[in-house]
Ligand binder design. Structure first.
Ligand SMILES: [Zn+2]
Ligand SMILES: [Zn+2]
Length: 228
């Protein structure tokens, strides 16, 4: 099997902007599925490919040296077959092998819930530190945050319940009785949020009796305030 020449680019901007997990998915999508850059941007990186035009996944792949010649190179092959071919080659493929080796599985960030929990505890830790230390770290920190992927579970809500609760509220928060704070840009309807009094996670019903159409302030308070 003929392995093309690696042509790594110096530009690391896109590569640096994505987690190992996402880089791995881009590399595999390119080598094994032969997916176009735009498809990888959309399906792996979760971007609007009409805007990103495939440049994000292309940047990752070019940084690793993989141009067009590598697209679909291992179509139909297994990961271990591909790794064998790459290891036999005279070029150094270790940076790429790391992304297709299933034993070096790049851990994802897990669930959205665990990410939020981690973030909360990191914020607590930062709050307990001095402003001086925080500002020092901020000065040294990257300003473009890394894009990651998380898995999220939710409930499919009955649209009739949402619509009916909004109609019932008729533009006024069902908790504080104030007018909705603004109208939705999409349809000029009063902006209220439909909240489950007993949450679905805790076994609450998706029923008219268990929902309130409330303003965003009240909604936040219901979830994060002392009455929550
Ligand atoms: Zn309210
Ligand atoms: Zn809610």
């Amino acid at each position: 099997m003929e392995i093309p020449q690696l042509k790594p680019s110096d530009r690391s901007r896109e590569y640096d902007s994505y987690s190992d997990e996402l880089r791995s998915e881009v590399v595999k999508g390119w080598l094994f599925d032969g997916l176009p850059h735009r498809t990888l941007d959309r399906e792996v990186l979760g971007l609007d490919s009409a805007v990103s035009k495939g440049y994000q996944s292309m940047g990752i792949l070019h940084f690793l040296g993989m141009k067009r010649e590598f697209q679909g190179l291992f179509n139909g092959a297994s990961f271990s077959e591909a790794i064998q071919h790459l290891q036999k080659d005279h070029q150094d493929f270790s940076a790429i092998i790391k992304y297709i080796d299933p034993t070096k599985k790049t851990a994802g960030n897990g669930t959205l819930e665990s990410l939020i929990k981690t973030e909360e505890s990191e914020i607590k830790k930062a709050q307990n530190d001095s402003s001086e230390n925080r500002l020092k770290r901020i000065a040294a920190a990257k300003k473009n945050p890394e894009r990651i992927r998380v898995y999220s579970y939710t409930y499919k809500r009955n649209p009739d319940i949402v619509a009916e609760a909004l109609a019932r509220a008729s533009g006024k928060c069902e908790r504080c009785k104030n007018k909705a704070p603004f109208v939705r840009a999409s349809d000029n309807s009063p902006y209220l949020e439909v909240h489950h009094v007993k949450s679905l996670v805790n076994g609450g019903e998706d029923s008219l009796e268990n929902v309130m159409a409330i303003c965003p302030n009240c909604h936040r308070e219901m979830h994060f305030g002392t009455i929550a």
